[in-house]
Design a protein around this ligand. Sequence first.
Ligand code: APR
Length: 320
Amino acid sequence: MARKKIALIGSGMIGGTLAHLAAMKELGDIILFDIAEGLPQGKALDLAQAGPPEGFDANLKGANSYEEIAGADVCIVTAGVPRKPGMSRDDLLEINLKVMKAVGEGIGQHAPDAFVICITNPLDAMVWALREFSGLPHQKVVGMAGVLDSSRFRHFLAEEFDVSVEDVTAFVLGGHGDTMVPVVEYSTVAGIPVPDLIKMGWSTQERIDAIVKRTRGGGGEIVGLLKTGSAFYAPATSAIVMAESYLKDKKRLLPCAAHLTGQYGVDDLYVGVPIVIGANGVERVVEIELKNEAKSNFQTSVDAVKELVAACKGIDGSLK
Ligand code: APR
């Protein structure tokens, strides 16, 4: 069987890390695409030279032209600008919307059968716009946010309980912004829900509340420390999990920004919800029952995404 083809649109910090992970896991041959000349070619060559010591077989190639992504099975989009300290994800809207137009048209023309994962922020609005510009079916275009947000939540919970991250599951819904909704009732250690662990004396409500708050600001905390850009290792790893589920038809149930058509009372918006990713792309949107605070927080998050999409339509008249 011929190798799969993975096109990385944007070869910056996340793009380079994606290429490294995809090569190490031998997910397929890799095209690194960027508008910057030399950058994707340089990274491709450097990574190709990591093949012999590591022992992976993957062809890596840098490109500045969309023709090179032709026939890609998966496209992962990080093209755009990242945050600097003091910026919110929403501050990136105008500039990254223009980038989504170019990228969406490029994918629509050259890789219309690909499964597309968007990472560019502000995520929920950018994945919506990217889908519009590309014209691809909605079930083949998703946004990476929930896997990352829940990984951050899992990391903090594992630290709090002093247990392996492997045994911690966590649920984060809603938009990829400060209004995201970490759902404590659905987060567990080996199946034991966090509220039960509080009752068992493993932690306190106050400490869990602080962890929820830290998870919401998880990206900003890293921007503040790095000063020159935003997180890249965990975002890249999270997107690779999604790509792998598609390429290997693993049917993993993952929180992702997916197109909703009435589920959760939301229509024609991308919002973070649990979905099953398999060979057909988004094979199922899982509608869990949200109660009390989680329900109202989810609505706040949806309203924030709606506002961003309205802002996109205001900036680009071709979006309806
Ligand atoms: N087409 C292709 N590539 C582009 C375009 C474009 N129109 N515009 C910018 N780029 C490239 C830049 O040249 C750069 O190499 O996108 C790359 C972005 O890389 P970084 O600046 O290193 O950003 P990164 O940390 O990878 O984050 C990318 O993901 O998490 C989000 O908020 C983050 O929106 C940002 C994106």
